[in-house]
Design a protein around this ligand. Structure first.
Ligand SMILES: *[C@@H]1O[C@H](CO)[C@@H](O)[C@H](O)[C@H]1NC(C)=O
Ligand SMILES: *[C@@H]1O[C@H](CO)[C@@H](O)[C@H](O)[C@H]1NC(C)=O
Length: 445
């Protein structure tokens, strides 16, 4: 176990800070100037970062400089906001993960490339696989996935608690009384280590997510308990963000060289109800750039539900902006490699058929932005094949949609059937045949 203090994010002291590296902020003692061509830009009181003013972003740079001058003239230099970048940087010059050269998964235009192959891919979600304590169970899942040609599995890379659970229960991080302690023990991140090793041996790629919006496995609520604030202020709460970044750094460093990592993901379904979309935008921008500063080889995504979209909008709740997300604006962030969106008509008060338009709308927005969309979670609580197979067909036929991951994978483990939330599709069942075998045969016969 390793206790992480408040100064653990201190960057390397060197002559000049590297692209996307930290270059200022509370507690920071490294270089405050960036390498040539990069500018140290204030993000918030605890983090300034080296960002590029690329040609394509000249409008943004000009606006930034103008704002800097104006703010300084008004005597408020240290409270400079980067909001102006939000509204002017429509450019999508992605800082593409350099995975291709290293055999890591990457984007290729509007598609994904895995193991040198550019294709549409199918996969699934398993929030629980990193919390299993039996290695054979983990291997069994990846054996079945490999055999079924399910190439991507999205997993929870977090498991936050406010109190140490009883012995034998896996947790990754203890958040208590203002202190974060990462559990690197046998009942901690070593369980995630095994998931990564097992996936690597079977050529399954993982999306590893860093925090939950929801209170399952701790989530933002666990940070709020330890550090104060609220779920909506979590995104700008210095103590919470410091712990969150230290956690990200711990996980990224463990698997930085692994070709089994498909992408890092900021959060599961981040929302900020009633917030201006700039709150999540600023958090996504600075967090994704922070991850890129640690690891430029792997892709980075948000993990959001795809809310807040004008393209194809029928005015229904998911297209709206009430949860503080602007899909198009967030996709313009150059340290975000691809978009994510989810689909749960039952929870959102829409019809199942409405889901097809939701898929094509996101595909169109992704194509316009020049980045692939991952249809990352979808589920129905009954009649899975009749409801979900049409969504899969639509996704496969939509330019801009590059892969889909159904929620959620099920299998028979040493302890019995894996968790069933009503959405689970179990390996070896007739539902598995129609939603996995038949779907993958349609992708790649
Ligand atoms: C997740 O986000 C929504 C919207 O902001 C919020 O209502 C909900 O409470 C959040 N979950 C938790 C555990 O805070
Ligand atoms: C969402 O972002 C797009 C692209 O930046 C912008 O045109 C649109 O006005 C934004 N909408 C809202 C409601 O923020």
């Amino acid at each position: 176990m390793k206790t992480l203090g408040i100064l653990s994010l201190t960057g390397l002291v060197s002559a000049q800070a590297a692209p996307y590296a930290q270059c200022g902020g509370s507690g920071y003692s490294g270089s405050t100037t960036c390498v040539s061509g990069w500018t140290c830009q204030y993000q918030n009181d605890w983090y300034s970062q080296c960002l590029a003013c690329k040609c394509a972003q000249i409008v943004c740079c000009n606006a930034f400089n103008r704002l800097t001058r104006n703010t300084k003239a008004a005597g408020g230099g240290t409270t400079l906001s980067t909001r102006v970048l939000t509204t002017t940087s429509k450019t999508t010059t992605t800082t593409k993960a350099t995975g291709s050269a290293t055999g890591f998964p990457t984007t290729n235009g509007l598609e994904f490339e895995i193991g040198g192959k550019t294709s549409y891919f199918a996969g699934s979600n398993s929030y629980w696989i990193g919390f299993l304590t039996n290695n054979d169970d983990v291997d069994l899942v990846f054996d079945h996935m490999d055999e079924s040609r399910l190439r991507i599995l999205r997993v929870w890379g977090f498991n936050d608690v406010n109190n140490v659970p009883s012995s034998g229960t896996v947790y990754y991080q203890l958040l208590k009384d203002g202190t974060a302690t990462i559990n690197t023990g046998a009942d901690g991140l070593q369980r995630l280590d095994y998931v990564v090793a097992s996936a690597e041996a079977r050529n399954v790629k993982l999306i590893i997510n860093f925090v939950n919006n929801w209170s399952d496995y701790g989530g933002m609520a666990a940070y709020v308990t330890a550090f104060g604030g609220s779920q909506t202020s979590w995104y700008t709460n210095t103590a919470a963000q410091t712990a969150y970044r230290a956690y990200i750094k711990a996980v990224v460093s463990r698997y930085i060289d692994s070709p089994a990592v498909f992408a890092w993901e900021l959060a599961n379904e981040p929302r900020c109800k009633g917030c201006d979309p700039s709150v999540l935008y600023d958090w996504i921008q600075s967090t994704s750039a922070y991850i890129k500063s640690l690891d430029s080889k792997h892709m980075v995504a948000i993990g959001d539900e795809g809310f807040g979209l004008d393209t194809g909008s029928d005015g229904s709740y998911p297209y709206g902006y009430s949860e503080g997300l602007n899909f198009t604006m967030n996709l313009g962030i150059d340290t975000i490699d691809f978009a994510t969106f989810h689909l749960y008509p039952t929870s959102w008060g829409t019809t199942n058929d409405w889901g097809n338009g939701w898929v094509t709308s996101h595909g169109a927005a992704c194509a316009a932005a020049g980045k692939p969309c991952l249809f990352e979670e979808y589920g129905a609580t009954s009649d899975h094949c009749n409801i979900e197979a049409p969504w899969q067909k639509t996704a496969l036929g939509t330019t801009g949609v590059a892969a889909d991951l159904y929620w959620q994978y099920g299998d028979t483990l040493s302890s019995g059937k894996s968790a069933d939330d009503g959405n689970t599709i179990y390996y070896g069942t007739s539902e598995f045949t129609c939603l996995v075998t038949d779907h993958i045969a349609a992708i790649d016969p």
